[in-house]
Design a protein around this ligand. Structure first.
Ligand code: HEC
Length: 212
C-alpha cells in the first residue's frame, strides 16, 4: 500500500508538471492551453488591428478617400483666415425668410449658448462679467459691431474669433442663422431702431484680431 501511495503521488506530480509545462509558451501573448478558445479570441476584428486579406496583411481602418464628405456634414466654403472672414461678410446672406420666427427661436438658443458672455441685451455684460471675470466681451451695438454684416457674424459663429470659441460643432447651420437674426434684433433694440433690416450701405469693416 505504501508503494502504491508514493506511486500515485509520483504520477499525479508528473501529470501536473506536464500540464504546467504544456500551458507555458514562448509567445508572451499566447494564453497557453485554452479551455474554451473562442472565449479568449473572438472571431470579430479588433478595432485598428491588422487583418489578412488575399494573403496580405492590411489595416482594418482606412483614411477616407480624398474629397469625400462625411454624412450629415456640410462643407463651409470660407477659410478660417482674415480673407475668408471678409469674403463671408461680403457674400453670405441669412437664408431664413421668416424673420420673426428666426428671432424667437434664436432667442432661445441665445439664452442657452451666449447669454452668459454677451448679456441679456447683447451689451457684453453677461453673468461672467457680473461675477467679476476680466473677460472682455464687446457690445453688439458699439461702433465696431453695430453694422457688422450677417456673414461675418455667421463666420465668427462657425470658427470662433479671439476669445469666443467656435460653435459649429454644437449648432446647426440653421440654428446659427437664427442666432444671427436674434443678434440683429438685439442690435436694433440697443440702438433704439425699428424695422427688420440693417442699412447695409453703412457697413464698416470690423476690427480683426491680429494673426499670431
Ligand atoms: C465665452 C464667451 C462667449 C460666448 C459663449 C459667446 N461669445 Fe460671442 N464673442 C465673445 C467675444 C470675447 C467676442 C469678441 C471677439 C473678437 O472680436 O475678438 C465675441 C464676438 C461675437 C460677435 C461679433 C463677431 C465679429 O465678427 O466681430 C458676435 C456676433 C457674437 N460674438 C455672437 C455670439 C453668439 C450668437 C453666441 C452664442 C452662440 C456667442 N457669441 C457666444 C465671447 C463669447
Amino acid at each position: 500500500m505504501k508503494i502504491n501511495k508514493s506511486y500515485s503521488l509520483l504520477v499525479t506530480g508528473a501529470t501536473l508538471a506536464v500540464l504546467a509545462m504544456s500551458s507555458c509558451n514562448r509567445n508572451p501573448l499566447s494564453p497557453g492551453v485554452e479551455y474554451m478558445p473562442d472565449m479568449y479570441r473572438g472571431p470579430a476584428l479588433e478595432t485598428y488591428s491588422q487583418t489578412k486579406l488575399n494573403g496580405k496583411m492590411i489595416p482594418t481602418a482606412f483614411m477616407p478617400v480624398t474629397g469625400s464628405i462625411a454624412r450629415g456634414f456640410e462643407p463651409y466654403q470660407f477659410a478660417n483666415t482674415p480673407e475668408g472672414y471678409e469674403a463671408a461678410g461680403a457674400s453670405l446672406k441669412n437664408p431664413l425668410t421668416d424673420v420673426s420666427n428666426a428671432e424667437t427661436e434664436g432667442k432661445e438658443l441665445f439664452i442657452k449658448y451666449c447669454i452668459h458672455c454677451h448679456g441679456e441685451k447683447g451689451d457684453g455684460v453677461g453673468s461672467i462679467k457680473v461675477k467679476g471675470e476680466a473677460f472682455p466681451v464687446p457690445s453688439y451695438y458699439d461702433d465696431v459691431h453695430k453694422l457688422l454684416p450677417d456673414g461675418k457674424m455667421f463666420h465668427t459663429l462657425h470658427f470662433g474669433k479671439g476669445l469666443m470659441g467656435q460653435h459649429a460643432s454644437q449648432l446647426s447651420k440653421t440654428e446659427r442663422w437664427k442666432l444671427v437674426a436674434y443678434v440683429n434684433k438685439l442690435q436694433r433694440e440697443g440702438l433704439g431702431e425699428t424695422g427688420t433690416t440693417k442699412d447695409t450701405t453703412k457697413i464698416v469693416v470690423a476690427i480683426m484680431p491680429k494673426a499670431k
